[in-house]
Design a protein around this ligand. Structure first.
Ligand code: PA5
Length: 441
């Protein structure tokens, strides 16, 4: 049975040797134990670890039925959320969608920015359309989605009336706490719960990600099936555990001065997967003035922008390449009699064969240029393999954070900007902070 594969052969060299990785394996095994058994800081946020095998069939059925109802009632569904309440669904939907043909019921996103023009243009786009809303906020108090929801809810209620609007709104939030829970109860929205022990960035395999993905028409059972496979494959210690291997290798590279990891794809459908991965690792590891800086590029596009830096800039980087083995469609490069563009030497090849040579050529060049390369092969962009990939990166993130000796499951740093923003906006309760920040302006 095929599965995603992790290969570190080209990450080894002058910076880090096989012996360095093996030396880290006992730390990695201890870190895996913390993730599996909840024996370290952040252990109240480990609900995602056994989530795939413990997801009840009844929950998947409920999500599927809710998605079907939204698809029946709506031409388009707006998923409102930010960070972990946005990126996972966006990443999976983008990876599985046809680039130019919208899904039967397109899922579009709001609440992931505070763009006035974005929201205006969104409301213009929704004008005259039958639309529904999935509003997602674990805390139920995040400003960006709250603004977007206030606007769209108001718009929907004015168009349909309160009762009918309520039938088109689904809220995904904490079981008891937060403004969104209270609103959902008062207005009678259909709701799903984000469990206390699952942090936002680890929530894509909960209703947070699964409902928008199901509305877009993709197979959430296969996604969970893939995650279950990876839950089993990453359960036990040892470097044959792919999550442990990846976590140990990236930490060995970090200790050797490689402070930046670039997630590289050669498939434009994976752009948002890179965004999801950046949040997962950035928010989990960037603490106590430590942590690998996660960056991402889309090749070959970015070979024409970031390629120079990666090949020849400061040698503080390593790459993790996502390589999709098969394409969904077949496009052959045609022969041209005149051959003015000089491309007849590749006529008859699939476009992907050229893409693969771009990938291989780049990997060799980067390794030669002092950029260690990890390589992850994905048999195809399907729900099953995306489920594997998501769980793989989540598990490796927990292990890696513990090797780094940080709590991978909190995010104290994201509160600072909020405090300043609330102070600047004179939010009630922030009077002292408002005075203090105004004095600095
Ligand atoms: O990973 C996290 O916890 C964050 O990125 C949150 O997902 C993000 O801040 C959104 O929070 P909430 O779902 O509470 O609105």
């Amino acid at each position: 049975m095929k599965s995603i594969q992790v290969n570190i052969d080209h990450a080894l060299g002058s910076a880090v040797t096989k012996a360095d990785i093996e030396a880290l394996s006992s730390e990695a095994a201890v870190a895996l134990g913390h993730v599996n058994n909840g024996t370290a800081a952040g252990n109240d946020f480990l609900g995602w670890v056994k989530l795939p095998t413990e997801t009840p069939a009844s929950l998947l059925d409920d999500i599927q039925a809710t998605a079907l109802q939204l698809r029946k009632d709506c031409e388009v569904v707006v998923a409102i959320g930010i960070g972990g309440s946005y990126l996972g669904a966006k990443a999976v939907i983008e990876a599985l969608s046809d680039t130019f043909a919208p899904c039967e019921t397109p899922v579009i996103f709001a609440g992931q920015n505070i763009g006035e023009d974005y929201l205006h243009e969104l409301m213009q786009y929704l004008q005259g359309k039958k639309y529904g809303i999935i509003v997602i906020s674990k805390s139920g108090t995040t400003t960006e989605p709250a603004i977007a929801f206030r606007l769209l809810k108001d718009n929907l209620e004015k168009t349909l009336g309160k009762a009918e609007a309520a039938r088109r709104i689904v809220a995904i939030t904490d079981a008891h706490r937060g403004a969104l829970r209270q609103l959902a109860t008062e207005e009678g929205y259909k709701t799903f719960v984000i469990e206390d022990n699952v942090g936002g960035r680890f929530s894509v395999l909960t209703p947070v990600g699964l409902l928008p993905i199901a509305v877009a028409g993709f197979d959430i059972h296969a996604l969970i099936e893939g995650a279950i496979r990876m839950e089993k494959a990453t359960a036990h210690p040892g470097l044959e555990n792919p999550a442990e291997l990846y976590a140990a290798t990236r930490n060995a590279l970090y200790r050797a001065g490689k402070k930046i990891e670039i997630l590289v794809n050669y498939n434009p459908k994976l752009h948002y997967f890179g965004e999801w991965w950046k949040q997962l690792y950035g928010e989990s590891e960037g603490k106590d003035h430590k942590g690998i800086f996660p960056a991402a590029v889309d090749n070959s596009t970015d070979l024409h922008s970031m390629g120079q830096w990666i090949q020849d800039g400061e040698r503080t980087i390593f790459e993790t390449v996502l390589s999709v083995e098969t394409t969904r469609h077949s496009v052959i490069i045609p022969t041209d009699e005149a051959n003015l563009d000089g491309l007849n030497y590749i006529a008859g090849l699939h476009v992907d064969q050229v893409n693969k040579m771009a990938e291989l050529g780049t990997r060799i060049a980067h390794v030669d240029g002092g950029v260690p390369n990890l390589h992850i092969t994905i048999p195809a962009l399907t729900e099953l393999y995306l489920g594997e990939l998501i769980y793989f990166f989540e598990k490796a993130c927990g292990i890696s954070g513990y090797i780094l000796n940080v709590n991978p499951f909190n995010q104290p740093g994201v509160e600072d900007y909020k405090r300043n923003m609330f102070a600047l906006l004179a939010k009630p309760g922030y009077e002292k902070e408002t005075d203090a920040i105004k004095a600095r302006l």
